[in-house]
Write a protein that binds this ligand. Structure first.
Ligand code: FES
Length: 153
């Protein structure tokens, strides 16, 4: 199955997104706990600024995903996704579109959080708390030459 969610995530005009805040704060390394810095957009959405996937389907380099953590990325059509590496060499790909009202969910340590109404998912995409009615959808990826590639091998 490929990620084909067609809903458009909310945007937050004039707000800094999470990565921009981290870059400005000099804390761009994934996994840095900077919760106090991450409130730049209040209760609004935090769209990902991850680069869209390459035309060959490459979504990210495996080495860019922390083991036991996750990163934001995009499909080639701009759909926001989350790539999780639950254990070394294993990647789980999730849509980053919140199942509540379609805001963009982002990694926050060992959780995935929606900035709009506070839904929290675990790294498998399962609901932990908040109003989201269902888990984040998973889709198939495979690893090729150290890259995470969209679709089955
Ligand atoms: S849109 Fe994610 S919690 Fe409401």
């Amino acid at each position: 199955m490929s990620a084909t969610a067609q809903s458009t995530p909310h945007t937050c005009d004039g707000c800094l997104d999470r990565r921009e805040v981290l870059v400005r704060a000099g804390l761009v390394t994934m996994g840095v706990a900077a919760a106090g810095v991450l409130a730049a957009c209040g209760g609004s959405d935090t769209p990902t600024d991850a680069a869209p996937a390459a035309s060959d389907g490459t979504l990210a380099q495996l080495s860019d995903i922390p083991v036991g953590g996750a990163i934001s990325a995009q499909l080639s059509d701009g759909q926001p996704i989350i790539l999780v590496q639950p254990e070394k060499g294993t990647v789980v790909a999730l849509t980053a579109v919140c199942t509540h009202q379609q805001c963009t969910v982002a990694p926050d340590g060992a959780e995935l959080k929606c900035p709009c109404h506070g839904s929290v998912y675990d790294l498998t995409g399962a609901n932990v708390s908040g109003p989201a009615p269902s888990p984040l959808a998973q889709f198939d990826v495979h690893i090729s030459n150290g890259a995470v590639v969209n679709g089955k091998a």
